[in-house]
Design a protein around this ligand. Structure first.
Ligand code: ADP
Ligand code: MG
Ligand code: MG
Length: 250
């Protein structure tokens, strides 16, 4: 699904990512952990193609196609979804109407016709029932006055509707309470399939009590310095990051 080779990236001429190698296969969930400032959000943003981040070397392939020259919208249309850490408020536009527009814009970019209104309603019903989202929520203005949990619910709803191939959830700085954690985790678990892949970025081991990852990677100073299975997250919970820093320095 995703193959990243020797990825280097800078922000304002400062090199942040210093040679990342990562392969994520369809059906897998990977967790990326690491101390604050290690480059986790940068990695997410570079994969999604955000312009503030300059990719200075390496390659990013989605289903064997190089995507690093594409703009964020084009990557999204190919099935890359990045959760928003700071969702925008759009007064007067409901959660549902925003979603209808997003779906039809995506279809247009993919050369498909607009979805029929009946099919759209069916899809909305199916996904909202699966995620236990009630109708009242769907008619509210996008992100206006949303609690942390509601923002997460909306994000997971967007993910369910768009049905991305690769989802990247950057949860690091969003101050998730336990409700929000459960919403994200239940959503990811329900949407998980053999045809999609998920990268969960977090420095809270707690999230991984609910989402069981297939692989855990530790990012430190712009490199993946350790990879393992779900037990690595438990070890980090117990021992923190100091032992990894020491291993790297040694
Ligand atoms: P993490 O998500 O692991 O906490 P980030 O990717 O946010 O790490 O940050 C990695 C490094 O890049 C940090 O040193 C941070 O200060 C720097 N950085 C991140 N965003 C910006 C930005 N917009 N401008 C300048 N420096 C940034
Ligand atoms: Mg940070
Ligand atoms: Mg971050």
């Amino acid at each position: 699904m995703l193959k990243i080779k020797d990825l280097h990236a800078s922000i304002e001429d400062k090199e942040i990512l210093k040679g990342i190698n990562l392969e994520v296969k369809a059906g897998e969930v990977h967790a990326i952990m690491g101390p604050n400032g290690s480059g986790k959000s940068t990695l997410a943003n570079v994969i999604a193609g955000r312009e503030e981040y300059e990719m200075t070397g390496g390659s990013i392939e989605l289903e064997n196609e190089e995507i690093s020259e594409l703009d964020p919208e084009e990557r999204a249309h190919k099935g890359v979804f990045l959760s928003f850490q700071y969702p925008i408020e759009i007064p007067g536009v409901s959660v549902t109407n925003f979603m209808k527009t997003a779906i039809n814009e995506t279809r247009k970019a993919q050369g498909k016709e607009e979805m029929k209104a009946g099919d759209m309603l069916k899809l909305i019903r199916e996904k909202s029932e699966m995620l236990e989202i009630d109708r009242k929520f769907l008619s509210r203005s996008l992100n206006e006055g949303f609690s942390g949990g509601e923002k997460k619910r909306n994000e997971i709803f967007q993910m369910a509707m768009l049905d991305p191939k690769l989802s990247i959830l950057d949860e690091t700085d969003s101050g998730l309470d336990i409700d929000a954690l459960r919403i994200v985790a239940n959503g990811v678990n329900k949407l998980r399939s053999k045809d999609n892949a998920t990268i969960v970025i977090t420095h809270y081991q707690r999230l991984l009590d609910y989402i069981v990852p297939d692989f855990v990677h530790v990012l430190y100073k712009g490199r993946i310095v350790k990879s393992g299975g779900k037990e690595l997250a438990l070890e980090l919970e117990e021992r923190g990051y100091d032992w990894i820093k020491e291993e790297v320095e040694a």
